[in-house]
Design a protein around this ligand. Structure first.
Ligand code: ADP
Length: 396
């Protein structure tokens, strides 16, 4: 396997995230992101050999972006022969996939069928699959689903209390997302506790631009905050999370179209909507420090909703071995962890300020006092999980 590599692809509607891994030791050799694809201002950021460069791509679609990524990997001396595998992040696997899988015609058709449930994501994921098969027809292509880890949810958690026929006929149910991340940090936590994952009960909080919380009982996802789509649950960067379903009728009565409502709830709500400024937590803290009241409100609503959801997740567990914070906000924003845990003393959480302030990106560890229910910060690594799953499918 010397010099054998695996490419990880996360293809979005206007972006393409990639990473190149060594199949020998699972080290990340290169990574990057092509953004604003489809426009005339496409850009590629490319990190390899400890150097990060930004490249203007001009008018560029997904296909040309992949070609440029491969060119750069080759000229960096990291891709001297075709990769042995390509791992694809696929957002929605519906009820068809409870694990990663080798991609064939049948799998492609099932991912297509799930597109109705994730119209913004699955078609883009499929485009990435098609383009990489064209570039590397001999490589093993593997799909890794955001929804797969949550296929163990019980009906009590996944059913909406609406007419059952909607579930039977149209698959209207809660699916859950960010599964790759929740699973990864749970595995890391079990390892750090020196316990088999099957014996562990965790609550995992993935807090990035998208945010979700999961209850993990005996190593399996039993409840999670995202639902049919990644819009349900926590307040997020630009997504509202839970709202009163009656809001739809009201907004339509004041003249909004369903398309405009959908856009507002996905792109103009959450931290951005409440603050009226930004979805970036760092900027919100800077604004709040300068006395910006709406930034302050946005931060506090975010933490209140998060604490409420963490408490709700405890209803699915016999006990809590650890609460785990991850994602850009979960890993870096110590103040968010503090404001959240101070509302959760009822679950036995007692923050250790000095430990809380000493953890950041790339450092993992405990943030609570010895006698407290345990809370941990664990950096996530979804690309690594996709690379590992791809390798596992190759070896199978
Ligand atoms: P994505 O879901 O797009 O992968 P990330 O996991 O990178 O997002 O998380 C992005 C969020 O993390 C943003 O709100 C960003 O402001 C926040 N974040 C990143 N670094 C910090 C930091 N040092 N302090 C506070 N928030 C941070």
């Amino acid at each position: 396997m010397a010099n054998d590599t695996i490419i990880v692809i996360n293809c979005g509607s206007s972006s393409l995230k990639f990473a190149l891994y060594s199949a020998t030791n699972m080290l990340c050799l290169a990574s990057g992101l092509a953004e604003r694809l489809g426009s005339s201002e496409a850009q590629l950021s490319f990190k390899a050999n400890n150097t990060k460069v930004s490249i203007e791509l001009g008018q560029c679609d997904h296909h040309s972006a992949i070609v440029r990524v491969i060119e750069n990997l080759k000229s960096s001396g990291l891709l001297n022969k075709p990769p042995i595998g390509v791992g694809h992040r696929v957002v929605h696997g519906g009820e068809s996939f409870s694990d990663s899988i080798l991609i064939d015609e049948q799998v492609i058709n099932k991912i297509k069928q799930c597109s109705a449930l994730a119209p913004l994501h699955n078609p883009a994921n499929l485009l990435g699959i098609k383009l990489m098969i064209e570039c590397y027809p001999s490589a093993t292509q593997v799909a890794v689903f955001d929804t797969a880890f949550h296929q163990t949810l019980k009906a009590t958690s996944y059913l909406y209390p609406i007419p059952y026929e909607l579930y039977q006929q149209h698959g209207v149910r809660r699916y859950g997302f960010h599964g790759t991340s929740h699973k990864f940090v749970a595995e890391q936590a079990a390892e750090s506790l020196n316990k088999p994952l099957e014996d562990c009960h965790f609550i995992t909080a993935h807090l990035g631009n998208g945010c979700s919380v999961t209850a993990i009982k005996n190593g399996q996802s039993v409840d999670t905050s995202m639902g049919l789509t990644p819009l349900e649950g926590l307040m997020m960067g630009t997504r509202s999370g839970d709202i009163d379903p009656g809001l739809f009728e009201f907004l339509i009565s004041i003249g909004m179209t369903s398309k405009a409502i959908n856009h507002m709830l996905n792109k103009e709500s959450g931290l951005k909507g409440l603050s009226g400024e930004t979805n970036d937590m760092r900027t919100l803290f800077e604004l709040a420090d300068k006395g910006n009241e709406r930034a302050n409100i946005a931060i506090n609503v975010f933490c209140f909703k998060l604490a409420k959801y963490i408490a709700a997740m405890s209803a699915s567990l016999p006990s809590i071995d650890a609460l785990i914070f991850t994602g850009g906000i979960g890993e870096n924003a110590s103040k968010i962890r503090e404001l959240t845990l101070e509302r959760l003393s009822i679950l036995g959480f007692e923050l250790n300020n000095s430990l809380n302030n000493s953890h950041g990106k790339n450092t993992q560890g405990r943030i609570t006092n010895n006698e407290s229910t345990l809370a941990l910060v664990i950096p996530t690594n979804e690309e690594l999980v996709i690379a590992r799953d791809t390798l596992a499918n190759i070896k199978h």
